[in-house]
Design a protein around this ligand. Structure first.
Ligand code: NAP
Length: 292
């Protein structure tokens, strides 16, 4: 069987075009979509990632404000910045970038991001809303997976879909998005037992564990669609996913590459969520000011 490579690059370009169109419409209404990225680290790869968001944002007509508090920022200072940005009308979307300084509680901090500006679904309220089917921004990475499935016309309704990983940023929200699409979802993790017992019966396997080579050809059946969310940096600096690409080729029906798969769609979705948030906030403001 030949394995189709599901590149995310074209999809990312389509989403970027949508962002540009929405940003232009907002501008015509006197609004400037603005994303605030809060950073508190000197970590080189994080700084590089933040700059890449900034470049993509400016290219798509979204203003990006980097709020860098330095690697010795306190939890109190970060909480205060997140509260201020949440209250500031000119800011539409907020991301708290990890890693954070040692001892800082990220779980407590994300609760300070206003849900309507939580464009990367970090606040537990967003996950709760997703769980009960209320409108909320899903984490962009989880949404990138469903966007890829839709873009390549890969159905999930009534099919066995296995998600490997149960984090609050990828595995859990993704399982909720897939359930919403009527998939029969199984979530595996480090204590769920041998992967192949689940993955061999799956039509689609999504791997989001952060373990190089976790899924190989022996884990899947002929024709399985494999979505690789993992990003692992090897000693030589190269980026690989969680899937042993060479061994699944020829068995999988389709596979997302790393790099150039899920990650390339994620950044565009962060921007799309920001323009959507800007539009929703402007509509909410109009509703508030219209006399009853
Ligand atoms: P995480 O918080 O470390 O969670 C990893 C999950 O994988 C956990 O649920 C863990 O199980 C599970 N796991 C670990 N080893 C396993 C094993 N041997 N068998 C089965 N499950 C195993 O990581 P994350 O933040 O969700 O990120 C996952 C991966 O996605 C990472 O590589 C990350 O870099 C990547 N990522 C990519 C993007 C993108 O845009 N492409 C964005 C975000 C994250 P337990 O819960 O039992 O520990």
């Amino acid at each position: 069987m030949s394995t189709t490579l599901l590149s995310g690059r074209n999809l990312a370009k389509l989403i970027q075009q949508k962002v540009r169109d929405q940003a232009r419409d907002l501008e015509a209404d006197g609004l400037r979509p603005t994303l605030a990225v809060v950073v508190a680290t000197n970590d080189g790869s994080t700084q590089w990632y933040v700059r890449s968001i900034e470049r993509a944002a400016e290219g798509a007509g979204v203003h990006c404000r980097i709020v860098d508090l330095g690697s010795d920022a306190t939890e109190q200072a970060l909480a205060s910045v997140l509260k201020d940005l949440s209250a500031e009308p000119s800011v539409n979307g907020i991301i708290l970038q990890t890693p954070l300084p040692p001892g800082v509680d990220a779980d407590a901090l994300v609760g300070h991001i206003a849900p309507e500006k939580d464009i990367d679904g970090a606040n537990p309220l967003s996950l709760g809303r997703l769980a009960v089917g209320q409108p909320a921004f899903a984490p962009a990475t989880a949404r990138a997976v469903t966007e890829i499935l839709d873009h390549f016309d890969i159905p999930v309704a009534g099919r066995n879909v296995v998600v490997i990983g149960r984090s609050a940023v990828v595995g859990k929200p993704l399982s909720l998005l897939l359930l919403e699409r009527d998939a029969a979802v199984t979530v595996c993790h480090s204590r769920s037992g041998p992967l192949e017992e689940y993955t061999r019966k799956a039509a689609v396997v999504v791997v989001a564990a952060g373990r190089t080579g976790l899924l190989n050809g022996s884990h899947i059946s002929s024709g399985t669609v494999v979505i690789d969310v993992g990003t692992n940096v090897l000693a030589d600096g190269s980026l690989v996913g969680d899937v042993d690409e060479a061994s699944v080729r020829g068995i999988a029906g389709a596979l997302t590459p790393v790099p150039g798969g899920v990650g390339s769609v994620t950044t565009s979705l962060i921007l799309l969520h920001t323009t959507r948030a800007a539009r929703q906030q402007s509509c909410a403001q109009v509703r508030e000011t219209v006399p009853i």
